[in-house]
Design a protein around this ligand. Structure first.
Ligand SMILES: Nc1ncnc2c1ncn2[C@@H]1O[C@H](COP(=O)(O)OP(=O)(O)OP(=O)(O)O)[C@@H](O)[C@H]1O
Ligand SMILES: [Mg+2]
Length: 356
């Protein structure tokens, strides 16, 4: 009797991992793993490894590893001097993938087939790292470009450019009715993380008396982040010598968030310029902003303005659900692949395959 098949779509992000399964379950968790710092922490937490919201809530008691932080493992080659860190990150990535799959409650004994999104320009070596992380949890896995999974999920496979604004990278991918080639796509090594770092630096310069961490800067950005010129202001409460005080962080926040706009327009220009000139304006019929960074207020308007010189009627949209759009597309891709293709992958004893 053949085994039951269970499909999973996973967006294994630098910051967040979103996962969806063919039993309609879905979940999103931080791409971070925490280990209790000492015996006291272990006793208090009651577990050896911590995932999800607890990694942030309990971080004082944890050693936290973000395995794909700053693109390490994911799109830049590992630095040999950091061999221990790389091994630790690889281990954390594997535990995280195992945990994400277990959250989907796959039926015992089922064959688990999955599609995992990776940055467009992830190297063979980087994809291998993702495959290794998936080895235990899946029977067969296909890696697909992150922006492609978003477009696939939304049936926007033609005349569209997807801009996936993640934490570690911005991936720009043209869709023209076939699986995009690596050389068609552009990955920029900045994203939400670099906005947070820039914002924190500006805050520390402007308000040296305020106590603020990178995590607080990110939370403020997620709550108030905007890039357009309307009369919006961000007033937040930050501690000064332990006492909360109000600060107007509007200018710093806008400058930090706005730092993404020029690189996005330049990356788009690069993608368009590589494209057949006869089809360039057709390609720009729809520009789809995806990833957590797409939530920045006014970003769609600024990108639309920046693209006017290239295509007067360009239509810039945001995805309907920045958290799950990638995982939903990856799941749809997994479920639409023929079963014999999956079985061949499983039987070949190798997990490594591209969706191309
Ligand atoms: N409402 C919001 N406004 C602005 N930024 C946001 C918002 N929500 C999330 N973000 C930012 O989006 C980023 C995370 O996006 P996403 O989850 O798409 O990244 P990722 O897939 O983990 O990263 P990558 O694709 O680079 O591997 C973080 O920097 C987060 O702070
Ligand atoms: Mg992503």
């Amino acid at each position: 009797m053949s085994r039951e098949t269970f499909y999973i779509g996973m967006d294994l992000g630098t910051f967040k991992t979103s996962v969806m399964a063919s039993n309609a379950k879905r979940s999103s968790l931080y791409t971070a793993v925490g280990w209790p710092r000492d015996h006291v922490a272990r006793a208090m937490l009651g577990r050896d490894v911590i995932f999800g919201e607890d990694v942030v809530q309990q971080r004082m008691a944890l050693d936290v590893v973000r395995p794909f932080n700053k693109g390490s493992l994911k799109y830049v080659p590992g630095n040999p001097e950091d061999a221990t860190d790389i091994e630790r990150s690889k281990h954390a990535a594997k535990l995280l993938v195992n945990h994400a799959v277990s959250l989907m409650n796959p039926p015992a004994g089922a064959a688990i087939y999955g599609v995992i999104g990776a940055p467009s320009r992830a190297s063979i070596e980087n994809k291998q790292v993702i495959m290794e992380a998936a080895q235990e949890a899946f029977d067969a896995v296909v890696i697909a470009a992150e922006p492609f999974t978003v477009a696939y999920g939304m049936d926007q496979l033609k005349d569209t450019v997807v801009i996936d604004i993640g934490a570690g990278t911005i991936d720009i991918c043209p869709l023209y009715g076939a699986y995009p080639k690596d050389e068609d796509q552009v990955t920029i090594s900045i994203g939400g993380d670099s906005v947070d770092e820039c914002f924190l630096k500006l805050l520390q310069q402007q308000f040296p008396e305020a106590q603020v961490t990178l995590n607080m800067a990110r939370e403020i950005k997620e709550k108030h982040g905007f890039v357009h010129d309307v009369n919006e202001s961000a007033i937040v409460s930050l501690p000064v010598n332990g006492r909360p005080q109000k600060f107007d962080v509007t200018d710093s926040l806008k400058e930090a968030c706005g730092s993404l706009v020029d690189p996005i327009i330049e990356g788009l220009q690069e993608v368009i310029a590589k494209f057949d000139p006869e089809f360039q304006s057709q390609l720009l019929q729809t520009v789809l902003l995806a990833g957590g960074g797409s939530q920045l207020k006014g970003l769609d308007q600024l990108v639309e303005q920046g693209l006017q010189p290239f295509c007067a009627g360009v239509n810039v949209q945001k995805v309907y659900d920045s958290c799950y759009a990638g995982a939903a597309g990856a799941l749809k891709l997994a479920m639409n692949m023929p079963d014999d293709y999956w079985q061949k992958l499983e039987n070949s004893g190798t997990l490594q395959q591209d969706a191309a």
